[in-house]
Design a protein around this ligand. Structure first.
Ligand SMILES: [Zn+2]
Length: 255
């Protein structure tokens, strides 16, 4: 199985990164995507991908860090990429953490979308309390020339359907296993099987039954099992389908 979004580059993994990676592959994991959120974490993601088999990486500046963004720095990161770069992300809008700098967030988001289009890379979107603005921006680019995924989707079913109509994919973290995630549970049951895949967002959002502990990529199986149970589908079949979705989306060729 693929963990399509984790932060192995987070300092919480500095002391035991190798064993976290080993635990994932020993549990049957096939590939990991290590996600950047600013310049230095993007560089670190690249380093981790380059020194491990079956680990890929993304580069991007998260909306919380939009003040640190430089377009030329980002373009340099793309031009010096390794063949394991699979997407630009996580990028997007976050009005939950800060709604006073909306214009700046939008400027940085759009700049990174344009770079992704220029270099033909899919994008991984972080969106919190900003679905309408993200949707409006994406709509301006329709029909989409690049893959777009909403990471850790937590919006409404209505937005999910609108986004899917645009060709956007959704990805789900361990938060769907949380008791109060009623909307997400409904969405993950109703949307077509070819429109989503799984991630951990480790070290955050640990799925049940380990909620509260530090998250790690091997827990992506718990989220898949939980959703398979909700959808009344065999977990192996679900993982096969969502892995195919992810491989196609990120243009990962293996297995
Ligand atoms: Zn993340």
């Amino acid at each position: 199985m693929i963990d399509t979004h984790c932060h192995l580059n987070d300092s919480q993994f500095d002391n035991d990164l190798d064993s976290v990676i080993n635990n994932f592959f020993l549990s049957g994991g096939k590939a990991l995507i290590c996600v950047g959120a600013d310049f230095s974490s993007s560089m670190k993601a690249k380093m981790i991908a380059e020194s491990n088999d079956n680990i890929y990486y993304t580069i991007g500046v998260h909306p919380d860090d939009c003040d640190t963004y430089s377009q030329s720095e980002m373009e340099d990161l793309i031009l010096t990429k390794s063949d394991k770069l699979v997407a630009i992300g996580e990028i997007g809008l976050d009005y939950f953490h800060n709604k006073l700098n909306k214009a700046k967030q939008i400027e940085v988001f759009v700049s990174q979308i344009n770079l992704a289009i220029k270099y033909n890379l899919p994008i991984v979107i972080h969106c919190r309390d900003a679905y309408q603005d993200v949707y409006n921006i994406l709509k301006e680019y329709a029909p989409l020339k690049i893959g777009v995924v909403m990471h850790c989707y937590s919006g409404s079913l209505e937005f999910a359907n609108q986004l899917i109509k645009l060709g956007v994919k959704l990805s789900f973290t361990g938060s769907v296993t949380f008791k109060n995630a009623i909307k997400a549970k409904e969405i993950v049951q109703k949307i077509p099987l070819d429109t989503f895949f799984f991630e951990t967002d480790a070290p955050y959002l640990t799925p049940e039954p380990n909620r509260g502990k530090r998250n790690e990529p091997k827990n992506v199986f718990d989220t898949a099992k939980y959703v398979a149970n909700l959808r009344q589908i065999d977990v192996k079949r679900l993982i096969k389908i969502t892995d195919e979705n992810a491989k196609k989306f990120f243009n990962i060729k293996f297995m």
